[in-house]
Design a protein. Structure first.
Length: 241
């Protein structure tokens, strides 16, 4: 089949088929004139890709999954990808809980908005429909965390290698006091484990995770005097992007 025939048979636009090819999801043979030629296997592969996309998986995970489906034994596919899907389901549960909490907050805000007095004067602090301001807590001076890492030698080098492997190619942005990196949710467990291990040896780092649809933002901040250590951990040139 030519790409137009495959598009007509599957309902997938030709532009999407070309994108799948560029991303390694849909390899094809080439005719002597250079045009791509697809066989019946491409139809099955596209059906599998469509099913995988319904799982809300990032594109790299879909590519790995479809490759494993075609080349690995079933027991291997099950052993490899069941934990990933279970983790993904847990992340969906977290998003659902977050959305339910937001819905509750919005419902409360609507109730308070409806209860505002019917008057021509502007609103004041007594008729706000948002959460009531919490009383300020007393300021307590906390002991400063030493700017030092307890790892050295091979242990430190191994930790640096783990971070740079996780963050390789990920979009980055400088934020106040640190760096924000966007990663697929399939790496959430690994990123969390690395963050926990890092705080065990370098307690002056602060880690924050913000979940989105199929990605999450990992924000790492440090005191100004430790910024060079953060750049060394992540790679100074990449962190400055």
């Amino acid at each position: 089949m030519r790409i137009s025939e495959l598009s007509a048979r599957t309902g997938v636009p030709a532009s999407t088929l070309r994108f799948y090819e560029s991303e390694g999801l849909l390899p094809a043979d080439r005719a002597e004139n250079g045009y791509r030629v697809d066989g019946d296997a491409a139809v099955d592969r596209l059906a599998f890709i469509a099913q995988a996309k319904h799982l809300d998986l990032p594109l790299p995970a879909v590519r790995e999954l479809v490759t494993a489906w075609e080349s690995e034994p079933c027991h291997s596919v099950r052993a490899t990808y069941r934990p990933m899907l279970v983790e993904h389901a847990a992340q969906v549960d977290e998003r659902i809980a977050s959305l339910e909490a937001l819905r509750s907050t919005l419902a409360t805000a609507v109730e308070r908005l409806d209860a505002l007095p019917d008057r021509a004067e502007p609103c004041d602090a007594g008729c706000t429909f948002l959460d009531r301001a919490r009383p300020a807590l007393p300021v307590v001076d906390e002991p400063r965390t030493p700017i030092a890492c307890s790892l050295d030698g091979d242990d430190y080098g191994g930790r640096v290698a783990d971070w740079r492997e996780l963050l390789a190619g990920a979009p980055r942005a400088d934020v106040n006091g640190g760096v924000r990196v966007t990663l697929p949710t399939s790496t959430l467990g690994r990123a969390t484990a690395l963050a926990q291990a890092e705080q065990g040896c370098c307690a002056f780092y602060t880690f924050r995770i913000d979940l989105h649809d199929s990605t999450f933002d990992l924000t790492i901040t440090a005191p100004p005097e430790a910024r060079t250590m953060l750049d060394d951990l992540l790679g100074a040139q990449e962190a400055a992007r």
